[in-house]
Design a protein around this ligand. Sequence first.
Ligand code: ASP
Ligand code: MG
Length: 409
Amino acid sequence: MGVVVQKYGGTSVADPERIRAVADRVVSTRKAGNDVVVIVSAMGGTTDDLLDLATKVAAHPEPRELDMLLTAGERISIALLCMAIIDLGFEAVSFTGSQAGIVTDTIHGKARILEVKGARIREAIRDQKISVVAGFQGVSTTADITTLGRGGSDTSAVAIAAAVGADVCEIYTDVDGVYTADPRRVPRARKLDAISYEEMLELSASGARVLQVRSVEYARNHGVPIHVRSSFTNEAGTWVTEETEQMEQAIISGVAHDATEAKMTIKAVPDRPGVASRIFTALAGEAINVDMIVQNVSSHGHTDVSFTLPRGDLVTAGEVIEALCAELDAAGFDVEDDIAKISLVGAGMKTHPGVAARMFAALAAAEVNIEMISTSTIRVSCVIKEADLDRALHAVHESFELDAPGSDV
Ligand code: ASP
Ligand code: MG
């Protein structure tokens, strides 16, 4: 008995039948004595269709108008879900992000939540009504409608869960939890019962698509327990919570991949103070999210600087870097868009040496060449050729015996 926040993704509300199934699940949670707040995504495929429409009327749709358009998707699903719940004899009320008091900054397309007022949701809870809130959207400090970036409904859900002091934020999706690898690529991947915020953050940031990175960040900062589960079964999924001793004992939690990035190399950049700052300040100024950065050893006062970035930002980054090459007197730049990143993540890395070595050995045995390496305390990532990705995933998953429950190095 408590406040349960449930978020349903696009596949869970893809058609009228599924919307009725979601209504059933919401109502049974209510009948069990909980206060329920629901967050929904747009019906599956809707956001993509709307994006498509936009690019058919304009080459570069105006970000403010694009946000106005995209938020329509979630408006449709909140209204439909409320109707279905009311049809079952329960009281429900829908809210847009703005009505729910989700206040964001002014960056259209990737706005950040600054505050969740939530007055109307709390009022609905007091009145024993189920609230259904549109995910992925908010209202900016300048009163414009904003979106939170693809997959942003996860973040809406966690933020609302924090604001109403929910006992759990259930994220219903088309997979039944967080896996040791993407099961579509690694059939022997295993579902995890639990994972820490830190590990989930690394997995999400490394390409695991199950939760939006910002949602995990938000959950960690506000201590919101997340339960990732399937809307098609009643099975328990994966809990994302504070780290426990058991999690650390598992050493490795999983291996994530990302085949959506590209690599840029700026050649023969003069090796003097301020150059890196100049390059990455310029990219940041265009809100380009640079990931791995490698600077080579300097030779004859010049060095190569490589970094990875989303492929979708290549055009903008190309313009920025081209201008900078002239300004900095660099020799030019290369782009590789056939790369992939494979990342091994586990809390136990903090205390167990040799994990990186073992990963490199597995890649070597599979004849996968490593182009770039980066690490955090609980992650090792390698940039490789995209064509080698499946082979690399299998090799690493196998080497760390991630298909065996409670696997140990
Ligand atoms: N509908 C939005 C998207 O497809 C937000 C979400 O589903 O979380 O990205
Ligand atoms: Mg999603």
